[in-house]
Design a protein around this ligand. Structure first.
Ligand code: SF4
Length: 314
């Protein structure tokens, strides 16, 4: 499977060319809201999941194809990018190829390792997760590999702030009745004050979550979060826009590449495939379903397409 995907529309990063340096689904967390389904098994080893040289060759090719159409190159994807042992080398290579800024979307759990902090300093923006202000809620929401414990993970986020000059944006996924209560939000605010990010982005579950009971907060919950977390926090709604599949000749390959990183609403998928005629699209989706490579799920009252290998409960 190709490691570079998109560009995908992003509210924070404009048209973002995604670079996925691991294989589905390689993660040391098993977040209840994960849109890629459950992490089975959890993986905590840093290694070269895909050859770093191949990733960079693909990035170079895609940068030529999408010249002038990309705002950010973003390491993100079908798991946790900092698990790739040569992430720092790849960030520096991308920066040598282009002036387009480079972002890393990470769960932040490995920032307690000096080598990971050092590697990420080469990026222009780092967007780690912080969903919980207490160890209990951290275990409940993120269901992490036992190491690092909560305090070590948070200390990693604090230490990275001390050495990082780029944009440091924390991401909080708000979940009804878990981290949108006054107690949970006050605990979160305390940790955020210690970490001192430039911004806190509040996001809401809006694609199929790993666990079917995960619900977005009510309007009241969102307002409470904004009030308690203060001015540093803002709600980031999903970007409007189309997933750009113009870099693919084969529609099946295009569908697999995007769904491995992003389950899509049926209408989003059909819009992304609009450059092919209706018969080709129909044939492509039927063939992918018949061969067991993709699945269709009903969540939040909508039909979503994802890779069949993604494991959703319920
Ligand atoms: S949301 Fe991110 S950190 Fe959480 S399980 Fe999914 S890939 Fe891992």
């Amino acid at each position: 499977m190709q490691t570079v995907f998109g560009p995908v529309p992003s509210r924070r990063l404009g048209q973002s060319l995604g670079v996925d340096p691991v294989v589905p689904k390689t993660c040391n967390w098993n977040c209840v809201y994960c849109q890629l389904g459950r992490s089975t098994p959890l993986v905590a080893e840093r290694r070269e999941y895909v050859p770093a040289e191949d990733v960079i060759a693909e990035v170079a090719e895609r940068l030529k194809h999408y010249a002038g159409k990309i705002d950010w190159v973003t390491f993100v994807g079908s798991g946790e990018p900092t698990l790739h042992a040569r992430l720092g080398w790849m960030i520096r290579e991308v920066k040598a190829l282009t002036d387009i800024p480079v972002a890393v979307i990470t769960n932040g759990s490995l920032l307690y390792l000096e080598e990971v902090r050092e590697e990420l300093t080469a990026a222009d923006a780092v967007l780690p997760t912080l969903d919980a202000g207490t160890p209990e809620l951290y275990r409940k929401i993120n269901r992490p590999w036992p190491e690092p414990p909560f305090e070590v993970y948070v200390q990693g986020l604090i230490d990275f702030r001390a050495q990082y000059q780029g944009k440091y944006w924390l991401e909080v996924m708000l979940i009804r009745d878990l981290n949108d209560t006054p107690e949970a939000l006050h605990a979160l605010a305390e940790q955020i004050a210690r970490i001192r990010p430039d911004k806190v982005h509040l996001t809401l579950p809006e694609r199929p979550p790993a666990e079917p009971w995960v619900q977005p907060p009510t309007e009241e919950g969102v307002m409470r979060a904004l009030a308690i977390l203060g001015q540093v926090a803002e709600v980031v709604h999903p970007a409007q826009g189309t997933f750009d599949l113009s870099g693919y000749d084969d529609p099946q390959e295009a569908v697999i590449a995007v769904l491995a990183r992003h389950p899509l609403r049926e209408r989003e998928l059909l819009t992304a495939l609009a450059r092919w005629d209706a018969d080709t699209v129909q044939h492509t989706l039927t063939a992918l379903q018949a061969s067991g490579q993709v699945q269709v799920l009903e969540r939040y009252g909508e039909r979503f397409w994802s890779l069949a290998s993604a494991k959703y409960a319920g």
